[in-house]
Design a protein around this ligand. Structure first.
Ligand code: DAH
Length: 337
């Protein structure tokens, strides 16, 4: 029996050593040490031995084998547990090396760059930045700016209308603002004079995109309302802006023009040294009807306004040949700036 026992022990230990995962080991444990297990069988066989001496010796041998097999199982379980954990860690491992080099960062779009620089320059001149809605009413976009229904100047704005009736409004009177000038009215309504504001923003016109036109573009509006404001303040502000934005070697001029919302009106041009004059935008003294629409008494206050395109500033600054390039989002173009 002792020989059988030792043979069984050696077999068991070899199997335990050969077990490759915890499930297998658990099954082995049950097979070897379970109530009906192979080694338990030897305990039963003790009863069949004849002398107490034999029983004691054999009993001791069985206990030693059970202990040895139990210890081998425990040791192998420890080993396999460590190995299983290592395998799980390896399987869940994340390769973080791709984040070791800094991810490439984008930058502001050329139009946004021009927009932000314009804001900076005007803030430096003492202006406050305000904004208005892109969807406007006919009243703010035209009527309050001295363009009553049927005014011929309305025809110059290829207006996109919105299928929406404003509360208390008239059908066909909701539109995408064609310029930032309606923000003048909103600023006058919202603020007490003196007012020194600029309003950059997106504007819309029914235009087919080509090298110099886009149906969506950007303008910046300026409005000053104070006591005793004259055309000289307007010219001085335009000149100060020109030098601050383009550089000290640039200068500006005003040319008589016409806008319904200003009287007198002018267009302003800039140039560098003896270079060509470049038309930048429109300006003028705020028309009394416009002051009244904004709730401001034209007998007490006067003011000037100006407006010009932001996209064109970016085009000029970077010598971009085609306006459409700025909105196709081709990285080969965008990454140049
Ligand atoms: N709103 C005009 C346009 O889009 C530009 C403009 C001209 C704005 C004269 C003004 C101004 O404030 O005084 O063509």
């Amino acid at each position: 029996m002792i020989d059988d026992l030792h043979a069984a022990r050696d077999g068991a230990l070899a199997e335990i050593e050969a077990a490759t995962d915890l499930d297998e080991l658990t099954r082995l444990d049950a097979r070897l040490l379970g109530k009906k297990g192979e080694l338990a069988d030897f305990k039963k066989r003790l009863g069949g031995l004849s002398t107490p001496d034999e029983k004691r010796t054999a009993g001791q041998a069985v206990n030693e084998v059970l202990a040895a097999v139990g210890a081998a199982l425990a040791r192998r379980r420890d080993e396999l547990t460590v190995a299983a954990r290592a395998a799980a860690v390896e399987a869940e491992r994340l390769d973080l090396t791709e984040f070791v080099s800094a991810p490439t960062r984008g930058h502001a779009h050329v139009v946004t760059q021009a927009w932000e620089r314009l804001e900076d320059v005007f803030i430096g001149l003492g202006f406050q930045v305000v904004e208005g809605p892109e969807v406007e009413t006919d009243w703010y976009n035209f009527e309050a700016l001295n363009m009553a229904e049927g005014h011929p100047a309305r025809g110059e704005f290829d207006t996109l209308f919105v299928d929406h009736v404003a509360p208390g409004g008239t059908p066909g009177h909701t539109l995408l603002r064609t310029h930032t000038s309606p923000v003048q009215i909103r600023a006058m309504q919202a603020m007490e004079p003196p007012i020194y504001v600029v309003a950059p923003g997106r504007v819309f016109r029914r235009d087919t995109p080509d090298a110099t036109h886009m149906p969506v573009f950007h303008q910046i509006e300026g409005l000053v309302i104070d006591k005793g404001i004259t055309m000289a303040h307007l010219a001085g502000t335009i000149e100060a802006f020109t030098k601050a934005f383009f550089g000290g070697d640039f200068s500006s001029r005003l040319r008589p023009s016409y806008f319904p919302f200003t009287e007198p009106s002018a267009e302003f041009d800039i140039h560098r040294g003896g270079g060509d004059w470049l038309e930048l935008g429109g300006c003028g003294m705020v028309h009394p009807n416009v002051l009244r629409a904004g709730g401001i008494d034209p007998e007490e206050w006067t003011g000037f306004a100006f407006g010009f395109g932001i996209d064109r500033m970016a085009v000029m600054r970077h010598e971009i040949a085609d306006l459409r390039e700025m909105y196709t989002n081709d990285l080969r173009f965008i990454e140049q700036f």
